[in-house]
Design a protein around this ligand. Structure first.
Ligand code: NAG
Ligand code: NAG
Ligand code: NAG
Length: 427
């Protein structure tokens, strides 16, 4: 299904000759991370409705692009330059209905790779990067009813700042492992914390058996489950799965139990519990690593494989593979809500542009119907954005923060945003 959508979108009037020559997929690609400062100015959208899909891009057809094993074209011209217009990054956008977005009061700070938890009308937004050289160590709280960002409070000193695993039981918020410090600092921490949202007190839980980056984390059937994520070097995917019994903000056991490993490893996935089922959606293998010898752990890009796999754990602790997302999607750990027996996911990152190798952000809103187990593309976001944070309250879907695209015609990551948007959701 995904492929039909994609080929429909990318088969255009373009007459450019496509030469299938050799592949660059597979090797370790090291680029300096092109990071744009979040303080740079960008377009201000005064309209509440912003249609970012352009109809008439010049595109080439690139069959089977997403399976990662294909021979792809070498588009370099005689000067060794890549003619950008050959393959617009927007080719990866899927057809999606227009929906109206309303801009609300932005969060107090921009954040990327943060985390969020919603408890009724309160939307807790955790830490994250301000930019690559600065990370937050506080929580901002938005009251959806009063439409105000109110309180802000500190996280524990030993707690990680990004790539956290988070889960909530309605009162206590559990925060597991992650990266402490800016850039691509290794190794991650294994410390685990719990916040009592009534008292704002923090406490500790037994540390994970090993530290992890951005593991899939959820409370399910009385236990805090942690699985996947990236290992100590930030890049190697883990398939390990652990759990510990928790109640009222306390661990009922002294150590983590080893559980059945997840079929595919890696960080930046949505992890959702609905009844007797636990779902782990999307993600990637590989991530940025620190540049060897860099005293500041400067981020350098490595080979990544983004995927749209969906795994479901049943109450017999058996994994099932379900229909994949309409396209590969990663950086969605806080970008989902459950509404009306559907999981709704906003934005993310998809496979890199096969020609330019640039990172491509995702701007669609996806819905996974838990009844039919089918995916639908239900709308466009105000812009493409990764690690946006989602909440749902009283008929409205809210998204805030993350790193947005360069503009409607350029899906590469640019500005880290504090923006808060909402749209009426009816499924
Ligand atoms: C990937 O694409 C190649 C080349 O078109 C094809 O031979 C192969 O069967 C595809 N693999 C999958 C898993 O679709
Ligand atoms: C959120 O704001 C509303 C309206 O001002 C207020 O009545 C409510 O108590 C607030 N909720 C919390 C949990 O503070
Ligand atoms: C939930 O589904 C029911 C039944 O299809 C529908 O009537 C209702 O409007 C839906 N609610 C939302 C918020 O989408």
């Amino acid at each position: 299904m995904a492929r039909n959508h994609i080929s429909k979108q990318i088969s255009t009037k373009s007459t450019i000759l496509l030469l299938f020559v050799s592949v660059l997929v597979g090797g370790a690609l090291i680029f300096d991370y092109l990071w744009s400062s979040s303080s740079s100015s960008s377009v201000v959208y005064t309209s509440i409705h912003y249609n970012w899909i352009r109809e008439n891009n010049d595109l080439v057809t690139l069959p089977n692009f997403f399976n990662g094993t294909d021979k792809i074209a070498d588009f370099k011209d005689e000067n060794g330059k890549i003619p950008v217009r050959l393959l617009s990054g927007t080719f990866a956008d899927l057809a999606a209905p227009d929906i109206e977005w309303e801009e609300m009061t932005p969060a107090p700070v921009p954040r990327l790779d943060g985390a969020s938890i919603q408890i009724n009308e309160l939307f807790y937004v955790f830490s994250g990067y301000r930019n690559l050289d600065h990370v937050h160590s506080h929580v901002d709280v938005y009251n959806i009813t009063s439409k105000k960002w109110g309180e802000s409070f500190a996280t524990p000193q030993e707690m990680a700042n990004s790539h956290l695993g988070t889960a909530c039981d309605g009162r206590y918020i559990y925060v597991v492992s992650g990266q402490k410090g800016p850039q691509c600092r290794t190794p991650p921490v294994s410390e685990t914390f719990v916040l009592d949202t009534r008292t704002r007190n923090w406490a500790s839980l037994p540390p994970l058996p090993e530290p992890r980056y951005a593991p899939a984390t959820q409370i399910w059937r009385g236990r805090l489950h942690v699985m996947g994520g990236g290992k100590e070097n930030r890049h190697t995917p883990s398939t390990d799965h652990w759990s510990i019994a928790v109640k009222n903000g306390k661990a009922l056991e002294k150590t983590w139990r080893i559980e059945v490993p997840i079929p595919r490893g890696g960080p930046h996935r949505a992890c959702v519990a609905v009844g007797d089922r636990l779902y782990v959606i999307g993600g990637q293998e590989g991530d940025f690593m620190p540049k060897p010898g860099s005293p500041i752990f400067k981020c350098s890009r490595r080979h990544e494989v983004v995927y749209g796999d969906v795994y479901m754990l049943d109450d017999k602790m058996k994994w099932h593979t379900l229909a994949p997302m309409p396209k590969p999607d990663s950086h969605i750990e806080s970008s989902w809500v459950v509404v009306n027996n559907s999981i709704v996911i906003a934005g993310g990152t998809t496979e890199k542009n096969p020609v330019t190798k640039r990172m491509i952000l995702v701007g669609e809103l996806f819905r996974f119907d838990l009844q039919s187990k089918k995916w639908h593309v239900i709308g466009k976001l105000p812009y493409r954005v990764k690690t946006t944070q989602a909440a749902y309250w009283d008929g409205w879907l809210y998204i805030t923060s993350g790193q947005r695209d360069k503009g409607p015609d350029n899906p590469q990551p640019r500005k880290v945003v504090a923006d808060l948007w909402r749209t009426k959701l009816s499924l």
